[in-house]
Design a protein around this ligand. Structure first.
Ligand code: KIV
Length: 270
């Protein structure tokens, strides 16, 4: 098997991402801290400091209780570790309910962190909010399809794009978001025909998660793809590593060595 190991050598910008549509698939991964961000640096074009950290990092049942303070804290940590990817700040639930609130909070993101863009969940109903941000020089990534911040109002995580009417509505959402000035669009949890229709309808890149092969790029949550989050395995999240097993095995070895006075040996002693 040949593995693509192209190293990214220059800082990725909004224009880099825009220009990748139909040229080269975009890679994006989530990160929440410096340690992992450093490992991802130079390997992916984009890092999302996702509000999914509220679940995998903070142990909450959904993303809804994430807030600006914690997102800013984690984004600063990620920016300290990753210098080359374009870093996207995920606007938490309730932080962009009005144009003024969205502008105040997104301005805070630019002032207090080195993130280059913010991500907002929602369709055409969010177009005015996105326009307010882009009019004020804040780069925006949209997010349509299955939107985790709607989990309570929709009564669960629902796959979208299952019929013609819904595909049409998703395409309209995507066009409205592009017109509002977003430079990229996350498309989550939709049937692959819907993701293709959305991707064909807009000139900004689409980044899929659980949306099939036809989007302009892919994003995965790091703890899912590296097998650290054991509570739930989404169908779309390919596990590239069994991180939990590796950690547990290593920890068993450490505990065994301490209990049996095999660690530290002379090699690890002053
Ligand atoms: O919060 C997150 O990690 C996300 C991805 C699922 C796209 O929004």
């Amino acid at each position: 098997m040949s593995i693509h190991t192209k190293k990214i050598e220059k800082k990725v910008t909004v224009s880099t991402i825009r220009n990748m549509k139909s040229v080269e698939p975009i890679t994006m991964i989530t990160a929440y801290d410096t340690l992992f961000a450093k490992l991802f640096d130079g390997k992916v074009e984009m890092i999302l400091v996702g509000d999914s950290l509220n679940m995998s990092f903070s142990g909450k049942p959904d993303t809804l209780s994430a807030n600006m303070e914690m997102m800013i804290y984690h984004t600063k940590a990620v920016c300290n570790g990753a210098k080359l990817p374009l870093i996207v700040f995920d606007m938490p639930f309730g932080s962009y309910t009005t144009k003024d609130r969205a502008l105040k909070n997104a301005t805070r993101v630019y002032r207090e962190t080195d993130a280059q863009a913010v991500k907002i969940e929602g369709g055409k109903e969010r177009a005015k909010i996105i326009k307010t941000l882009t009019n004020n020089s804040i780069a925006v990534v949209g997010h349509i399809g299955l939107m985790p911040q709607f989990v309570r109002s929709e009564g669960g995580y629902k796959v979208k794009g299952k019929n013609e009417n819904n595909i049409k509505a998703l395409v309209e959402d995507a066009i409205a978001i592009e017109k509002a000035g977003a430079f990229a669009l996350v498309v989550e949890g939709v049937k692959s025909e819907a993701a293709k229709a959305i991707t064909d309808a807009v000139s900004i890149p689409t980044i899929g998660i659980g949306a099939g092969i036809d989007t302009d790029g892919q994003v995965l949550v790091w703890s899912d793809m590296f097998g650290f989050f054991e509570d739930f395995k989404p169908k779309f999240a390919k596990q590239y590593l069994n991180g939990a097993k590796l950690i547990k095995n290593a920890l068993d070895e450490y505990v065994d060595e301490v209990k049996n006075r095999k660690f530290p040996t002379d090699e690890f002693t002053y």
